[in-house]
Ligand binder design. Structure first.
Ligand code: THG
Length: 369
């Protein structure tokens, strides 16, 4: 049986790079923020090996920006997150949990501080714009909120710095992790940050203006021909090995940042103004009763994880697996799951009710990367 196709329509937004992605032979897409996100080019395993040894250009335009502009932009940003942003300077990026009034996760974006009064929130897959607009209107804040014509293009892999330097100049080499600089391409100044949804290193170019999307795509492909540059995409295996979470898969608004292992990005005591602060201070007292863990699943390659797989131990359900894949480099199945406190210790043996049968599994002390 062949997999069903996804019917295109204008609701399912194309990106400024979709023509390039299709010419490169994209094999599968998912939908993210109502937009196309490539998931496979050659095969997930082949894409994975290539990402780890060369360089790829990723159409991650679906990481849409929620732009905050105006005198209350900084105050608004702090209302959204329990991470203390007071020391954050313009030119920096920060991974920030976004929580609602119950402390539930609404998104886990990268915040980009362009200026004191101008921010981009580079969102994961949820309609954060409406929550932000609601707050602005309810609190009568002096800030404009919208989704600008900005589409991230990621360059990831060990040769990413060489490739980006060829197109934007040697100055990009000085950009440190989670910082950005402005660099020229065809007469336009673009934000280029050292960041990205992989552990292989690289940059994200915030392409302002859809019209320069394909010119930049072609420039990168031409400049990197001898580096074996290819079109790529966030890779399921690599991101599980690295413990990069996927909103909607690994966590939802039912989870607090602490359950998601994102406590290191929270300063709830000092994040004055955060809408979820009181709720988080309350739950922080008891501590989480379930938490994200790296899990190794025995047996041959697992099937696609497109629903939560129950985690069992001693006849009880003690959690769920939310992401899983066969890792060629580790010769085992790597997975991310939410596990109850009674069973989250390293080495704890578990059973996973996968769709093709029950498998033995174990909690790991840490992710693989
Ligand atoms: N880049 C940008 N926007 C994004 C993503 C991105 N929006 C959607 C999605 N990815 C948001 N989720 C994440 C998850 C992890 C990271 C970034 C965004 C990430 N984590 C680092 C890590 O785990 O090593 C830690 C970052 C830090 O130390 O501050 O990078 O990828 N623009």
């Amino acid at each position: 049986m062949t997999a069903p196709l996804l019917s295109p329509s204008r609701r399912l937004r194309r990106t400024p790079f979709s023509d390039g992605v299709e010419a490169a032979g994209v094999r599968a897409y998912t939908v993210y923020n109502h937009m196309l996100l490539p998931t496979v080019f050659r095969s997930i395993e082949e894409d994975y090996q290539h990402l780890k040894e060369a360089v790829q250009v990723w159409d991650v335009a679906c990481e849409r920006q929620v732009e905050l502009r105006g005198p209350d932009a900084g105050r608004l940003m702090q209302m959204l997150t329990p991470r203390d942003l007071r020391g954050m300077l313009p030119g920096r990026c920060a991974y920030v949990p976004i929580v609602d009034e119950t402390g539930g996760m609404l998104n886990d974006p990268v915040a980009v501080k362009l200026a004191e009064d101008r921010w981009w929130i580079s969102i994961a897959d949820s309609d954060l714009l409406y929550w932000v607009k609601g707050i602005v209107n309810g609190w009568r804040l002096d800030v404009l909120v919208d989704e600008p014509d900005v589409s991230p293009l990621a360059v990831q892999g060990p040769r990413a710095e060489d490739l980006v330097a060829r197109v934007f100049g040697e100055g990009v080499r000085a950009v440190r992790f989670f910082r950005f600089g402005r660099f020229e391409f065809e007469g336009r100044e673009l934000v280029v940050a050292r960041s990205g949804y992989s552990k292989q290193g690289g940059f994200e170019i915030y392409v302002e203006g859809a019209d320069i999307g394909m010119p930049l795509w072609h420039a990168l492909m031409e400049a990197g021909a001898d580096l074996d540059v290819r079109a790529g995409c966030p890779n399921l295996i690599e991101r599980i090995e690295g413990g990069m979470l996927s909103y909607g898969n690994d966590m939802t608004d039912d989870n607090t940042p602490h359950e998601c292992w994102l406590g290191r990005f929270c300063d709830t005591q000092s994040a004055i103004g955060c809408i979820g602060r009181d709720a988080l201070l309350r739950v922080a007292k008891e501590g989480p009763v379930q938490q994200i863990r790296a899990i190794e699943i025995d047996g041959s390659a697992v099937p696609t994880c497109d629903r939560w797989w129950p985690i069992r131990a001693g006849g009880q359900t003690v959690g769920r697996v939310s992401s899983a894949a066969w890792s060629p480099d580790h010769g085992t199945n790597v997975a991310i799951g939410m596990v109850r406190m009674t069973h989250w210790g390293p080495g704890t043996e578990l059973e996973i009710a996968a769709p093709d049968g029950v498998r033995a599994a174990a909690v790991r002390a840490a992710f693989w990367a």
